[in-house]
Design a protein around this ligand. Structure first.
Ligand SMILES: NC(=O)c1ccc[n+]([C@@H]2O[C@H](COP(=O)([O-])OP(=O)(O)OC[C@H]3O[C@@H](n4cnc5c(N)ncnc54)[C@H](O)[C@@H]3O)[C@@H](O)[C@H]2O)c1
Length: 267
């Protein structure tokens, strides 16, 4: 592993307590980035930061509800103060709760859109306020927004999640056009089916609403029928592309969403 690939990168990572956020925090730190891991689950991010430091990396942590404006400002300030600057945001925190279309409620909509759409816009905006204040550098600031296959595709039982991930694509496109004048690029990636707690919960919820009969069936059925590479993925399948988007290798890119899905969505 190239320990200097992300040297000088000072990143805020939301939803960093588990799953892909935690895996990326560790991978980026091992390649030289300083990372602030932020999450609703503060014990989780404290543990991730301790693990990174024990392995010789640079890390800090903070409690963050991505929907809260004051907490978003505090997380950005904490990152910039601890590391001297903030130059990368991994806008990763996300939630899902499947419902058949006739059963969708306002509270289901508010829960998913609140975190996945407003939460992303909120943390991105507060980060870019700070980047604008820091002034243009001879390297681009980088915003990385986590989308999904459902930023470009649609599944019937996750309508609101699909809407929220299409919103992430809109945020990437509009953000790129709005922010380059300040030296900020905006990109993202779309995982497919990743074995994390989010999918374990989704699997349980899909059985509960009667979409599948037994646990594990959702993943196996999608892997067999919808994934070109015929296997679901793990956070380790995603970390490399996330590192590329944080690194100087992607400096000439903005407004792009890269799929990491084993060939589920090909456009
Ligand atoms: N797992 C998949 O198959 C999959 C597929 C496509 C996209 N994604 C996306 O990837 C990202 C990471 O997913 P994951 O699978 O690692 O999920 P995960 O559930 O394992 O982790 C998500 C983290 O976000 C945190 N979080 C939730 N709400 C929050 C809030 N309001 N404020 C701060 N933190 C909050 C949780 O505490 C958790 O630590 C999400 O944006 C998700 O939508 C996941």
């Amino acid at each position: 592993m190239d320990k200097t690939r992300l040297a000088g990168k000072k990143a805020l990572i939301t939803g960093g307590a588990q799953g892909m956020g935690a895996a990326i925090a560790k991978y980026w730190a091992a390649q030289g980035a300083a990372v602030c891991v932020a999450d609703l689950n503060v014990e989780g991010v404290e543990k991730v930061a301790e693990e990174i430091k024990a392995a010789g990396g640079e890390a800090t942590f903070i409690k963050l509800d991505v929907q809260d404006e004051e907490q978003a400002v505090a997380a950005v300030e904490h990152t910039a103060k601890t590391f001297g600057e903030i130059n990368v945001l991994l806008n990763n925190a996300g939630v899902n709760k499947p419902l058949f279309f006739p059963d969708i409620t306002k509270s289901n909509y508010d829960f998913i859109m609140g975190v996945n759409a407003w939460g992303k816009l909120n943390v991105m905006q507060k980060t870019t306020h700070k980047m604008i204040e820091q002034g243009k550098k001879d390297y681009p600031y980088k915003i990385i927004n986590v989308g999904s296959i459902l930023s470009r595709e649609a599944f019937d039982d996750v309508t609101v999640y699909t809407m929220s991930k299409h919103a992430v694509l809109g945020l990437i496109k509009a953000g790129a056009k709005s922010l380059w004048q300040y030296g900020i690029t905006v990109n993202g990636y779309g995982p497919g089916v990743v074995r994390t707690e989010m999918w374990e919960q989704l699997d349980r919820d899909l059985v509960e609403i009667g979409k599948f009969e037994k646990k594990g069936q959702s993943m196996d059925s999608i892997a067999d029928n919808m994934i070109l590479m015929q296997r679901y993925s793990y956070p380790e399948d995603v970390v490399g592309t996330a590192a590329f988007l944080a690194s100087p290798e992607s400096d000439y890119m903005t407004g792009q969403l890269l799929m990491i899905d084993g060939g589920m969505v090909i456009q």
